[in-house]
Design a protein around this ligand. Structure first.
Ligand SMILES: NC(=O)c1ccc[n+]([C@@H]2O[C@H](COP(=O)([O-])OP(=O)(O)OC[C@H]3O[C@@H](n4cnc5c(N)ncnc54)[C@H](OP(=O)(O)O)[C@@H]3O)[C@@H](O)[C@H]2O)c1
Length: 268
């Protein structure tokens, strides 16, 4: 087991820091004495979060960036390394969820492309940019904000779960190569969190953890550096998929029929 990572004095880059889980995580790590680098597209929202962190006595800087633009990520990496040296902790949180059945997706290959762009290619490009300096200083931790769907394989989320699973697998393999340099990864398989992302799905109304509760789990994952953070339900789903895959198919098919596509997914 690796030594715990203490947050005071560390540099933590959080993507998707303009709202939801990322915003709450940025506030939480800043409150623990880390310097937080805020990344997302909406510069005005990043400035709001930065100003609020500074007003509370913390340290933060904003770096507006579209993480689906690979050249923009390279520019971001160069700027961050020039201004801060190595980043100690990277939280790959920015993402996009798409809940849409296959029946509504036959002419929507772009759902797959969009999911991969923000949930896989972007975070991998950013991680590759920041890893050499982490390995050089022999300290680093990467937290990926994923979903329990990678264990469950929940219907209507094929594009989303595939893209999150790609980052999950990539990071597990990378972790085995960087272990000797004291650079570690945590895959967080979150269940439902009440944010702007989950709001359009009527079936989720009022359910799930608060962004602050989710952020507290991210902070714990930074400090303790476990390989995975799972839910009990996710573990049960994963086990069922392993030992009784056809039973799992039947049960999930039933769920699929109970919870139809949202109005947003139908384009209304
Ligand atoms: N909510 C849930 O139930 C739930 C459950 C499991 C996992 N997650 C995961 O949690 C993460 C955070 O989501 P959230 O629930 O907190 O939703 P959210 O409030 O909508 O946050 C999404 C964040 O991602 C950023 N983002 C999206 N596209 C981007 C792009 N192209 N470039 C840069 N930043 C981009 C957004 O910022 P801008 O719009 O300013 O760019 C925003 O800050 C996601 O990866 C999501 O998949 C959420």
């Amino acid at each position: 087991m690796r030594r715990a990572l203490a947050l005071p004095g560390r540099t933590v880059l959080v993507t998707g820091a303009s709202s939801g889980i990322g915003e709450a995580t940025a506030r939480a790590v800043a409150a623990r004495g880390a310097t937080v680098l805020l990344v997302a597209r909406r510069a005005d929202e990043l400035d709001r979060v930065r100003a609020e962190i500074e007003a509370a006595g913390g340290r933060a800087s904003s770096y507006p960036c579209d993480l689906t633009d690979l050249d923009a990520i390279d520019t971001l990496v160069a700027q961050v390394l020039a201004e801060h040296g190595a980043v100690d902790v990277l939280v790959n949180n920015a993402g996009r969820s798409i809940r849409r059945s296959l029946a509504l997706s036959y002419d929507r290959f772009h759902d797959v492309e969009r999911s991969m762009a923000i949930n896989f290619f972007g975070p991998v490009r950013l991680t590759l940019g920041l890893l050499p300096a982490m390995r050089e200083q022999r300290l680093g931790h990467v937290v990926n904000v994923l979903t329990w769907g990678v264990q469950m394989k929940a219907p209507k989320f094929s594009a989303y779960i595939a893209s999150k699973t790609a980052l999950d697998s990539w990071s597990r393999v990378a972790a085995r190569e960087t272990w000797g340099d004291n650079v570690t990864f945590t895959n967080m398989r979150f269940s439902l969190v009440r944010t702007a992302m989950s709001a359009p799905t009527e079936a989720y109304a009022g359910r799930g953890a608060s962004p602050e509760q989710a952020a507290a789990r991210v902070v714990r994952a930074i400090e303790r550096r476990p390989p995975n953070v799972n839910t009990v339900a996710g573990n049960i789903g994963e086990l069922l998929n392993l030992v009784a895959p056809r039973l799992a198919d039947r049960l999930f098919h039933r769920f699929d029929r109970m919870f139809p596509d949202s109005k947003a997914a139908r384009g209304r």
